[in-house]
Design a protein around this ligand. Structure first.
Ligand SMILES: N[C@@H](CCC(=O)OP(=O)(O)O)C(=O)O
Length: 527
């Protein structure tokens, strides 16, 4: 059953993510009371204006370090988990005390990826959020570090905050950080670096933009961009701004809402700027009551905050520096968002272009379109879908005894050209990953000059990896002959397949690597 966040007209849901460095001092691990107090005041004033607020708070390990008088984070995972257990309760007590001064009730939600791997549990978590928000409570979310090991980790709290924003169908996600916005170059070494105020299409963001943050030593800017991509795909306007000035959140929302309304009335509207190149708000009042919709992305350009300067007829309030990532115009539906981002993939299915075309025409995934499989996964687990070019010799519609081999041999000729070094597979939510990161077992063989295969989406599969190895390339009528049973004619039902970049009517053809099944569909080489 679909979960819907019912909201009053004009009511916004705002998720604010604070990293460890915004919560405790990096050296002493003492709580940064001034920042925390300002966050509490901001959250309470948004709440008083009728909006809903969720906080994603890191800091459990930092607070634990302080409590146990330890100078730095240990390497040993059980120690880190113990420190998180010590720190989490103190962290929540700190938040509760601060919010208590303003009589604002809060609640703790601790999540691991495992908690939301089951659709019903994911919806249970959503229902808890709905209930808390409708009771006027501010949920405070963190990863359940005491339970989370690498396999069930979200990875970082930026990702967790984006998943949370998707779960609560938020209007805004604020990623509070130690830089005030993204720049097109490193501003420390490039005096002409321009602040990026609006990112309309995150896919167009140049690779070196993200590294500008990292080279400043801010760290984690790339995880913020990944989080922004994830949240904007779910329809959430995502803002990067400075955590030391949380009071800016209200004026940034007010500015973004004005821009949204302006862009609705005129696509050619422009932002006014001060002499210093700071964008200017049209009014100073925080008037968020009428707003319900998101900013709409129309074109794929970056607007910088510096060059356009126009004189303003009235005294206007400068808007604090920030970068606003606009949501996509056709957000991913909740179930697909869960498949793409709630579930951890356990393997990879390589499909041919015929299957890709069929999927884009809303068909399910049949075994005939599958070229190869990587990883070990069970039925009903999530896998990546990667499109590759199947060479003409690769199609083998008949099951044979050799085609049932779980680990088929490769064809000798191709192996001579193959490389076993980490193979890059482009993932739409991150920078290039090595295959060692995403393919755990039996790395496939690619020729060095191959274009990078592209992960187009994820699926929850009806058959295990071993079963799919046996039925790949077969017609559905041959499944029972190959396996001795046939649970479904589809490897994945259409409702269990989701594509990155929203459910576009017809996905564009990705950059393809080629992959050829050997004699009778067994060996696999990439050319
Ligand atoms: N969950 C951990 C923090 C994990 C994390 O991503 O931290 P950060 O990069 O500081 O946002 C904690 O509470 O200490």
């Amino acid at each position: 059953m679909a979960v819907h966040m019912r909201k009053q007209p004009g009511q916004l849901t705002v998720v604010i993510k604070l990293g460890t460095s915004s919560i405790v001092d990096e050296k002493t691990h003492q709580p940064l009371l001034s920042i925390l107090s300002l966050i509490v005041e901001t959250a309470c004033s948004l709440h008083a204006a009728g909006h809903r607020v969720v906080i994603v708070s890191s800091g459990a390990i930092g607070v634990g370090l302080r409590r146990m008088n330890l100078p730095r984070r240990p390497k040993h995972l059980p120690k880190v988990q113990a420190l998180a257990a010590i720190g989490q309760s103190r962290l929540m007590s700190l938040w509760d005390q601060l919010f208590g001064h303003l009589e604002q009730p809060i609640a703790q939600i601790l999540l691991t990826r495992n908690d939301i791997a089951d659709r019903t549990q994911y919806q249970n978590a959503q229902n808890t959020f709905i209930e808390l928000l409708s009771m006027g409570v501010i949920p405070i979310v963190n990863e359940n570090d005491t339970l989370a090991v690498t396999e069930i980790k979200f990875g970082d709290n930026d990702t967790l905050s984006a998943i949370t924003a998707g779960m609560v169908q938020a209007d805004y996600l604020f990623l509070m950080t130690d830089v005030d916005c993204l720049y097109d170059k490193n501003p420390r070494t490039n005096p002409d670096a321009k602040a990026i105020s609006v990112v309309e299409d995150i896919a167009e963001l140049a690779a070196d933009v993200s590294s500008a943050g990292s080279s400043l030593g801010t760290g984690g800017m790339s995880t913020k961009i990944v989080a922004a991509r994830l949240a904007t795909s779910a329809g959430v306007t995502t803002i990067i701004t400075k955590s030391s000035k949380p009071g800016n959140i209200s004026s940034i929302i007010a500015h973004a809402e004005r821009q949204r309304k302006a862009s609705m009335s005129s696509r050619n509207s422009v932002t006014n700027f001060t002499e210093d190149g700071v964008p200017i708000a049209q009014t100073s009042a925080l008037d968020l009551q009428e707003s319900t919709h998101h900013l709409s992305a129309s074109t794929s350009i970056l607007q910088d905050q510096q060059p356009a300067r126009t004189s303003s007829p009235q005294p206007e309030e400068p808007v604090p520096l920030h970068t606003c990532f606009l949501p996509i115009s056709n957000p991913i539906r909740d179930r697909y968002f869960w498949i793409l981002h709630g579930l951890a993939p356990h393997g990879t299915i390589y499909i041919d272009t015929g299957a890709w075309t069929a999927l884009s025409d809303k068909a399910g995934l049949l075994p005939v379109g599958i070229v190869d499989v990587d990883g070990h996964f069970a039925q009903q687990e999530a896998v990546r879908i990667v499109v590759v070019k199947r060479l003409s010799s690769s199609h083998s519609p008949k099951p044979t005894s050799t085609s049932m081999s779980a680990h088929p041999p490769t064809t000798p000729g191709a192996a001579a050209h193959a490389v076993h070094a980490p193979i890059p597979i482009r993932h739409p939510l991150s920078h290039t990953m090595s295959s060692s990161q995403i393919i755990s077992q039996h790395p496939p063989q690619y020729e060095q000059h191959n274009p990078t295969p592209f992960e187009v989406g994820r699926a929850v599969v009806n058959y295990s990896a071993t079963e799919i190895r046996r039925i790949k390339g077969l017609h559905s009528t041959q499944i029972s002959e190959a396996l001795g049973y046939a649970d479904s004619e589809y490897v994945a039902l259409r409702e269990n397949i989701a594509f990155f970049g929203a459910e576009r009517s017809r996905p564009t053809t990705p950059n393809l690597g080629e992959r050829r099944a050997g004699v009778n569909g067994e060996g696999v080489e990439l050319h």
